[in-house]
Design a protein around this ligand. Structure first.
Ligand SMILES: O=C(O)CCC(=O)C(=O)O
Ligand SMILES: [Fe+2]
Length: 205
């Protein structure tokens, strides 16, 4: 992910002493993941999946644009998140835009009383493309700082695509995939040329 001078990101590894707020976000991530596994009839993979799942907590501050010289600035360019699921909680300042299948960017009205869940790249791999990672960006237009807290679930271990999700209509799309290695490869690629690496390029068949 490219960062800009108006954007500041701090990342923490969430430890066992995480406070109840973080626990709430973690529980939400666990619940949604379990519901999706159950929905696909593959809940038997949920426990092994849990064993290799970790969370990163990120705090992001986006400074407001200078309304006189640049009424809008890009806080984060269009990207997909690289883990499994991301949960975002923001203040009231607008900025998040979600890209639809047709390539249209739709602004998201923030609510400090709601969490936003985004499917990320590893979820796409795990689901054999049934779930697509969500493309999004942050555009700053308001005359106030925007704050985001993000909980990013990823797997420190190999994600095996459930055999139940492979059939004639959905042939196997990906090789087994290690979530942490993908994150590391992503950081290396971003360090080289500031570009993202797609899961198709990383482990597509
Ligand atoms: O601030 C936001 O709403 C989005 C943050 C984001 O996309 C990210 O941290 O990957
Ligand atoms: Fe993101």
């Amino acid at each position: 992910m490219a960062l800009f001078s108006n954007t500041c990101v701090v990342l923490f590894v969430v430890s066992e002493s995480a406070n109840s707020y973080v626990k709430l976000m973690e529980d939400l991530e666990k619940m949604v993941t379990r519901m999706v596994f159950e929905n696909y009839g593959v809940e038997r993979y949920n426990d092994p999946h849990r064993e290799i799942t970790s969370h990163l907590l990120g705090l992001i501050k986006y400074a407001e644009p200078d309304q006189k010289t640049r009424p809008s600035i890009e806080g984060l360019p269009t990207h997909t998140d690289k883990g499994f699921i991301s949960i975002l909680h923001t203040n009231h300042v607008k900025g998040l835009e979600i890209k639809t299948k047709d390539g249209e960017l739709i602004g998201f009205d923030p609510s400090p009383t709601s969490f936003i869940l985004l499917a990320a790249d590893a979820f796409q791999v795990w689901s054999n493309d049934r779930i697509r990672s969500c493309k999004h960006r942050v555009m700053l237009i308001e005359d106030e700082s925007r704050y985001t807290i993000g909980l990013f679930a990823f797997q420190d271990g190999t994600i095996h695509l459930p055999e139940e999700l492979v059939d004639e209509e959905h042939p196997l799309k990906y090789k087994p995939f290690n979530g942490l290695e993908f994150l590391n490869a992503q950081f290396r690629k971003a360090g080289q040329n500031g570009q993202e690496m797609s899961v198709e390029a990383y482990c597509g068949i």
